[in-house]
Design a protein around this ligand. Structure first.
Ligand SMILES: *[C@@H]1O[C@H](CO)[C@@H](O)[C@H](O)[C@H]1NC(C)=O
Ligand SMILES: *[C@@H]1O[C@H](CO)[C@@H](O)[C@H](O)[C@H]1NC(C)=O
Length: 312
């Protein structure tokens, strides 16, 4: 098993030199462990933590403010464009760093739905979701908690991107049941410029004797071993990624089949010719009525399994 390899590999926490990749591809270098105080306020110097049992804090509970880490929130929400750019590099850096270190992770929830449509983040998404096994989570907590990761990449227009990300592991991860519901997120990968993050949740077989092969997170999502494994190799936002084996079953259970056919969502329209979700009002021509998937011409939209086969 991969996990075994993971435990026997020696990880160096300083001056890890990334293997040279394609020149325009992302690379992850220079890992540094930070003290809690160092991870603290940068942009947001005056934040106050509420006294509660929650480990991760956000500046507010609304859709607008609930998607930033309070330590790095710069005081006002980012623009639509900045959010798109931030989330794009957030997931690319995460997938690149985890792959380089041979740490198993796969994309989940709305992020998996975005992958299904076109291998990208849905432009109305605020945060991203990934999953790991609970044993990977334990390993992360012991070896990579509070590590800062530098990442470099070149944008298509030639500009260089240099970003830093914090990996922070919730100590409550060892408790595998929901509890008071304040700590359902087990870890975060945080963009320290803006505070936007990836929520990482662990899955475990909570009752191996009475319910073998049933994996759950702390937020009542349940999966069968055979629906998760073997994970499938694919691409997301232009970098290598893994998705659960039965991604279609998992997606329809979580979002209904309609989520895989609905072409108008949150002010965005699916444009099959471009294989993109385009903000309404910016789509050329008139809005197309929804055509059931069974009536759509072959090959449109290119998604799901086709998306997978393209990269296999
Ligand atoms: C990452 O890069 C920044 C600026 O380039 C530098 O100040 C920082 O020390 C680097 N961090 C690590 C972990 O190497
Ligand atoms: C990670 O580090 C932070 C800061 O030191 C600490 O509060 C937290 O308990 C640590 N997490 C784990 C899993 O040990």
């Amino acid at each position: 098993m991969r996990l075994h390899r993971l435990f026997t590999t020696t990880f160096l926490l300083t001056s890890v030199v990334a293997a040279p990749g394609p020149s325009s591809g992302p690379s992850a270098e220079n890992v540094k462990r930070v003290a809690n105080s160092e991870a603290g306020p940068r942009q947001n110097k005056n934040y106050q933590l509420p006294v509660d049992t929650k480990y991760f804090h956000e500046p507010g509970g609304t859709n607008e403010l609930g998607h930033y880490d309070i330590r790095y929130y710069a005081g006002s929400p980012v623009s639509y464009e900045e959010r798109g750019d931030t989330l794009h590099h957030l997931i690319r850096s995460y997938l690149t760093v985890f792959r380089e270190r041979n740490i198993e992770t796969w994309i989940a929830h709305g992020t998996l739905l975005g992958w299904w449509w076109n291998g990208k983040i849905m432009p109305w998404d605020w945060d991203l979701d990934t999953q790991v096994s609970a044993s990977t989570l334990t390993w992360l907590g012991e070896n990579l908690n509070m590590t800062m990761h530098n990442y470099t990449s070149i944008n298509p227009d030639g500009t260089e991107v240099n970003r830093e990300y914090l990996l922070d592991i919730n100590p409550n991860h060892i408790e595998r049941v929901r509890g008071d519901g304040m700590n359902v997120i087990d870890a975060r990968w945080i963009d320290v410029r803006t505070g936007l993050f990836i929520d990482i949740t662990g899955l475990s077989e909570v009752n191996p004797s009475t319910q073998p092969g049933i994996w759950t997170c702390k937020n009542f999502h349940r999966y069968r071993t055979r629906d998760l494994y073997p994970l499938r190799e694919t691409e997301f936002e232009g970098v290598k990624a893994l998705v659960p084996y039965s991604f279609d079953k998992i997606l329809t259970q979580e979002y209904s089949t309609r989520a895989l056919t609905k072409t108008l969502h949150e002010g965005h329209q699916w444009v099959p010719e471009q294989k993109e979700w385009v903000k309404q009002g910016t789509v050329q021509g008139t809005i197309q009525p929804h055509v059931p998937r069974s009536l759509q011409p072959e090959g449109e939209p290119e998604s799901g399994l086709k998306n997978l086969f393209r990269v296999l």
